[in-house]
Design a protein around this ligand. Structure first.
Ligand SMILES: Nc1ncnc2c1ncn2[C@@H]1O[C@H](COP(=O)(O)OP(=O)(O)OP(=O)(O)O)[C@@H](O)[C@H]1O
Length: 305
């Protein structure tokens, strides 16, 4: 295993014209791990990933990839051979067949013929003779993932690899990516699927409006409890209750509180507060926070809710 982190991003900034879309972003991705980068549309994920992959030039900041300075020309050739990249929507040529594209990229990496087994694991064997432009959206995505990983890179950047991919193929993709990690490679992947991040990622980085708003393991980020009160309570009563137990309220059909504490601690606090206010008969539904709950509460309009 490499002694270096796969990726270290320090104070990365990038603006388009005068609009700063990546603003002082710092995070790292450990070697041999899958790091998921999450964020709402337009948050700056693609811009960040493309700066790290060498496809865009940052305005300021420092990026180290596999222990090498990304900006140093002397490292460009080594990084090209050791880093695989899938840009958003694949970036594939449209006229050649899927098989020709994969075979070409395999040859470029000195691995002629490697595409046959890879196409099999991507469920593409019977699509190899089809022109890329005639493939379905999900099939094209899988060809693009195949092109990024066929050189057996030490670090793989994947920008929304499962967008448009059906649930069966998505699970096959997860298995494939877990296999890439198991052979010691590192993956930095963006996704809008919270279940994908929960299932795959060792670490999660959340970007919102160009800034990092969360960074941790799934367990760290989802620590906490949601409680739904099965009662028709007035908004100000719920708000007062939330303040009394140190919770925030969550929008929904029924009054729901989010509390950064264990289920036992939450029940202890809440039952006391309910009894004191004469709501001793209210039924409670208690569950752990999901990554989606966390994402919604820390990004955009949810921030600080
Ligand atoms: N080449 C460009 N010129 C001008 N603005 C750009 C350019 N590329 C991206 N942007 C803008 O920068 C912001 C961040 O875009 P980016 O693609 O990095 O976001 P994202 O988090 O990947 O979004 P999505 O989830 O929708 O793919 C967006 O508002 C986008 O419109």
């Amino acid at each position: 295993m490499s002694p270096h982190p796969a990726l270290v991003v320090s104070s990365l900034t990038k603006a388009y014209r005068s609009r700063r879309v990546v603003d002082d972003v710092s995070f790292s991705a450990a070697a041999g791990e899958i790091t998921a980068v999450l964020g709402p549309n337009g948050a700056g994920k693609t811009t960040t990933i493309e700066c790290c992959a060498g496809l865009r030039t940052p305005d300021s900041g420092h990026i180290e990839v596999l222990g090498l300075d990304r900006a140093a020309r002397a490292n460009a050739a080594e990084l090209r051979s050791r880093v695989g990249v899938m840009v958003q929507e694949g970036g594939l040529p449209q006229a050649p067949t899927a098989g020709a594209v994969l075979a070409h990229v395999a040859k470029l990496h000195g691995r002629p013929g490697a595409h046959v087994a890879l196409a099999e694991s991507l469920g593409l064997t019977d699509r190899l003779a089809t022109a890329v432009r005639r493939l379905s959206g999900g099939e094209r995505q899988r060809v693009a993932v195949g092109c990024a990983m066929i050189g057996e890179p030490d670090l793989l950047f994947l920008d929304e690899p499962s967008s448009g991919v059906d649930p069966h193929s998505r699970r096959d993709l997860w298995q494939l990516l877990a296999g890439v990690r198991d052979r010691g490679a590192s993956i930095v992947v963006t996704t809008h699927f919270m279940d994908e991040a929960e299932h795959l990622a060792d670490r999660i980085v959340v970007i919102d409006e160009g800034r990092i708003v969360a960074n941790g393991t799934v367990a760290e980020l989802t620590a906490g409890t949601l409680v739904t009160l099965d009662a028709d309570l007035e908004g100000d009563v719920v708000a007062e209750l939330a303040a009394a137990v140190g919770a925030t309220t969550v929008a929904g059909a029924r009054p729901t509180l989010e509390i950064a504490a264990s289920q036992a601690e939450v029940l202890h606090r809440l039952t006391g507060a309910l009894m004191e206010r004469g709501f001793g008969r209210v039924a409670l539904e208690v569950r752990p926070r999901s990554l989606e709950n966390v994402f919604l509460s820390i990004t955009r309009t949810g921030a600080g809710a």
